[in-house]
Design a protein. Sequence first.
Length: 166
Amino acid sequence: MIDVRAVQELYRYNRWANARVFEAISGLAPDPFTRDLGSSHPSLRDTVTHIVWAEWLYLQRWKGTSPRTVFPPSDFPRPGDLKARWLAIELDLRAFVESVTAERLLDIVRYVNRQGETWEYPLWRQMVHLVNHSSYHRGQVATMLRQLQVQPVATDFLLYHDELSQ
């Protein structure tokens, strides 16, 4: 059985890591923020928008809906615009994560993806997947920042714990 406290810890880490990414991109002008850098999501804006959207999307799925919409990156011309959206989503996500129970983590959550396909997994697997997904794309953000000659921030799980213990 998956431990509720472990899942909650992963989400506290995820929140910390996302906040560090927003710190790193906060001072970027529109051109470097939106420049196509040739990644799976072309720009920093597109990549971070994808992280924020995916966290919103999965939260909606866990609440019983299957949205088919995406967040258009063009809705976020500046890092601060995207951060404001993330902060609102993060409040809802935090409330969900803090209220989850061991029994709920074992529930099968069914959803329909954007292609109309139905999928189902235990909630705990979806929750672990989402943190892993965000970590993957934060790694892309680090590379993109380097391409722009901007110092990336470290978002390692153990660094998070090192900071907590200080």
